[in-house]
Design a protein around this ligand. Sequence first.
Ligand SMILES: Cc1cc2nc3c(=O)[nH]c(=O)nc-3n(C[C@H](O)[C@H](O)[C@H](O)COP(=O)(O)O)c2cc1C
Length: 209
Amino acid sequence: MADTTNVLALEYPILPVLTQRRSPRAYTDQPVPAEVVHQIFAAASSSASCFGEQPWRYIVGSQSTSPEAFQKILGGLLGFNQPWAKKAGVLAVGVAKLAFSHDGNPNGWAKYDVGQATATLAIEATELGLQIHQMAGFSPDALRAAFSIPEGFEPVVVFTLGYPGPASALPDPLREREEAPRVRKPLAEFLFEGAWPTPANEQFDATNV
Ligand SMILES: Cc1cc2nc3c(=O)[nH]c(=O)nc-3n(C[C@H](O)[C@H](O)[C@H](O)COP(=O)(O)O)c2cc1C
């Protein structure tokens, strides 16, 4: 069932699933079935990547099927993320392979591609009624040690995956943040056309005068 909590409102109508994706901190204790986890991570494969390298790797820890891995990932989170992240059914680490496989040269787009793949699987999760919440607040060294991640690979993100729950279950100020209106930059602030930083609409309007 679609998560219709705090849906994003933008200047243009976009795909509903994109407006429904959000980063919750409240989760129900409903376990995430392995089939659902696999379907969500399969969506990462649909992502584009530089040279078709697919440099993303994911380590998953599920409270129901791999609780030890779940605890290891949780232990790698910084203190402010642990209290709410431990309620999610699944935790995952996104890892980048830093060199191209075909020639061994550094892949300057590896992290970019992990981000794209993760954004893609986030949408699959939303479509299935789950959500992810990405975190920069983790210790790459702790996760490298906990999972013996080899040289040439770098943990770049950790995220929860689970069924979103009511914000009322969160303590303040997390509850307030969960319920706060979701605000985005207007298009004119990040879409330029013709010149930097001419908002696309202004440039368009001028050419029509
Ligand atoms: C790379 C990245 C790192 C983030 N790090 C954290 C974090 O450490 N802790 C946290 O609570 N949220 C974190 N977030 C979540 C953002 O705060 C959130 O995506 C943003 O406020 C937009 O909200 P929305 O995803 O609900 O639209 C992170 C998001 C991304 C993409």
